[in-house]
Design a binder for this molecule. Structure first.
Ligand code: ZN
Ligand code: ZN
Length: 375
């Protein structure tokens, strides 16, 4: 397929997002869509234990907008019972099943090699069968990653911290990784995979301008590993900060590094991205100078958390609070009154916080300043 034909298909393909049915995880600014995604999932067509349609139903229950069934090219555990030659089947079954419901499927696969280089997901592929040679054997790593790029895929490095590959759990680059990064064949890296989070992978992402990804890499039923109803026990979700709902815009955002990850109680991502998230999800409103019906120089503020994740603040300015210490914990979708002792009546104040559960680099939390106009 010619490149421009592919671009037109991406523009015409619109995410099946139905705003009414969709759980709102985070408020996004006007003109930006936070597309919830899990782009690393397995079914019985490789080493998962469920049929592809189950993945669709699970994602719908979890209000996920976009998934990819990234079956291993190199092994199929159930081949004896489910023989098939068409490596696109898993995608086709899921895509036919989803129909008009608010979920989109992007075609993907997992290139699965021993470390180094390890495992890689290629998503936005067109044909998984092309990852095999004339001898029907999977292509070697370099040929496979080139094939993925020829198909226009977004390629990311899976679980670089996996203790089966790295016994110290430390993600690090081997020469082959530096090679594919330099040749622009690798575009992203998992900083979160299933129940692991790697600060070293974050550092690799920052230094090499790779997109940060977080995925479930689920093989069993999602409910056996995670539970969306318990906020801190949900599956890892990568939010793609897309300009509109076309697949082209989603793909562009992935290539631009416009993502953030919700993992347990943490929000993980590049500083510029998390800045947008906190600005749109933490609101502080002045309620005036009054305490117990008495006019005072103590300012009442309402802190509102509009997101599904907690917001854990550490105030780093000079004021002190009337009821609280410098730590302010905001539960998901909740609000709290805080009384600030400003010593005199002000018409505007600034409060600076470190957001303890927003991680922008290894050992580094997001900082945010809230400017409050006092009525
Ligand atoms: Zn893997
Ligand atoms: Zn996998």
């Amino acid at each position: 397929m010619k490149k421009h034909t592919w671009t037109i298909i991406l523009i015409l393909a619109v995410l099946n997002i139905n705003a009414q049915k969709r759980k709102e995880f985070f408020k996004s600014p006007e003109g930006v869509f936070y597309v919830s995604s899990d782009l690393h999932i397995h079914s019985v067509f490789s080493d998962g234990v469920v049929w592809p349609t189950v993945r669709v139903d699970e994602a719908l229950r979890d209000s996920i907008d976009l998934i990819s069934l990234t079956e291993h090219l190199e092994y199929q555990s159930h081949l004896y019972d489910i023989p098939h030659n068409n490596r696109n089947r898993s995608f086709q079954i899921a895509d036919e099943y989803v129909q008009k419901r608010p979920l989109s499927i992007v075609h993907g696969t997992e290139i699965t090699k021993p470390m180094p280089p390890g495992h890689f997901n290629a998503i936005f592929i067109k044909d998984a069968n092309k990852f095999f040679g004339n001898d029907k054997e999977p292509l070697n790593f370099i040929d496979a990653i080139n094939e993925a790029n020829n198909q226009g895929a977004f390629v990311f490095w899976n679980h670089p911290m996996w203790e089966a590959n790295r016994s110290d759990g430390i993600a690090k680059l081997d020469p082959i990784h530096i090679d594919v990064i330099n040749n622009k064949l690798l575009h992203g890296i998992e900083v979160v995979n299933f129940d692991t989070f790697s600060e070293e992978a974050m550092q690799i992402a920052i230094e090499n301008e790779l997109t940060m990804m977080g995925t479930s890499d689920v093989h069993v039923l999602i409910e056996w590993d995670f539970n969306i109803e318990k906020e801190s026990f949900h599956r890892p979700i990568t939010f793609i900060m897309s300009k509109n709902r076309t697949m082209k815009s989603v793909r562009d955002a992935l290539f631009n590094g416009d993502t953030f990850i919700w993992y347990r109680d943490l929000i993980i991502g590049k500083s510029k991205n998390l800045k947008q998230v906190i600005e749109n999800n933490l609101e502080v409103i002045s309620k005036g100078y009054e305490y117990n019906n008495r006019k005072v120089e103590i300012l009442q503020l309402e802190f509102i958390n509009k997101s599904v994740a907690p917001i854990s603040l550490n105030y780093i300015g000079d004021y002190t609070f009337h009821n609280d210490y410098k730590y302010i914990e905001l539960e998901p979708k909740s609000s709290k009154n805080i009384f600030v002792k400003t010593k005199k009546i002000e018409n505007k104040i600034e409060l600076e916080f470190e957001v303890l559960n927003y991680v922008v680099a290894p050992k580094t939390n997001l900082k945010t300043i809230k400017t409050i106009n006092i009525q």
